[in-house]
Design a protein around this ligand. Structure first.
Ligand code: CTP
Length: 132
C-alpha cells in the first residue's frame, strides 16, 4: 500500500487542481491532501481565500481519487504530517521544484508539471476585471 501526500490551498477549485490530484493518486494506492488553513494561506499569499477552509476541504473530500483530507496549519509541519500520515511519496507542483528535496530522507519526492494557463490568482483577476 503506497501512500501519497500533497498540499495546497485549492481555492476557487479549477481543472489544474483536478489534474494534479488525479496524477498524484496514480503514483500510489491512497491520496492524502493537506488543505492550507485560512490563516496559513493569509501568511503565505497575503490574502484570505475566497472559499473558506471548510468549503475547500469539503470540495477536496468529495473527489473520487482523494482518500483523506486534513488542514495544513503551518508550513513548518510538513515533515510531521508526512510522518503522521505515513506517506511514502510527497507530490508537489513544479512551481516548487527543488524546494522540498530535504524530505527525501523521509519519503520519495515528486514534482509534477503544472497545468498551463490556469491559476486561482488568474481566475480572481479575470472576474475582478469584468466587474462594473
Ligand atoms: N496546480 C497545478 N496547475 C495549475 C495550478 C495549480 O498543477 N495550473 C497545482 C499546484 O502546483 C499545487 C496545487 O495545484 O500543487 C495547489 O495549488 P494552489 O496554489 O492552491 O493553486 P493555484 O491555482 O496555483 O493558486 P494561486 O494562483 O493562488 O497561487
Amino acid at each position: 500500500m503506497k501512500r501519497v501526500i500533497t498540499f495546497g490551498t485549492f481555492d476557487v477549485f479549477h481543472v489544474g487542481h483536478v489534474r494534479i490530484l488525479e496524477r498524484a493518486r496514480e503514483l500510489g494506492d491512497c491520496l492524502i491532501v493537506g488543505v492550507s488553513s485560512d490563516a496559513l494561506n493569509f501568511s503565505k499569499k497575503g490574502r484570505t481565500p475566497i472559499y473558506s477552509q471548510e468549503d475547500r476541504k469539503k470540495i477536496i473530500s468529495s473527489l473520487q481519487f482523494v482518500d483523506e483530507v486534513f488542514f495544513e496549519e503551518s508550513l513548518e509541519l510538513k515533515g510531521d504530517y508526512i510522518e503522521q500520515f505515513k506517506a511514502d511519496v510527497l507530490v508537489m507542483g513544479d512551481d516548487w521544484q527543488g524546494k522540498f528535496d530535504n524530505f527525501r530522507s523521509q519519503c520519495e519526492v515528486v514534482y509534477l508539471p503544472r497545468t498551463p494557463s490556469i491559476s486561482t490568482t488568474e481566475i480572481i483577476e479575470v472576474v475582478r476585471s469584468t466587474e462594473r
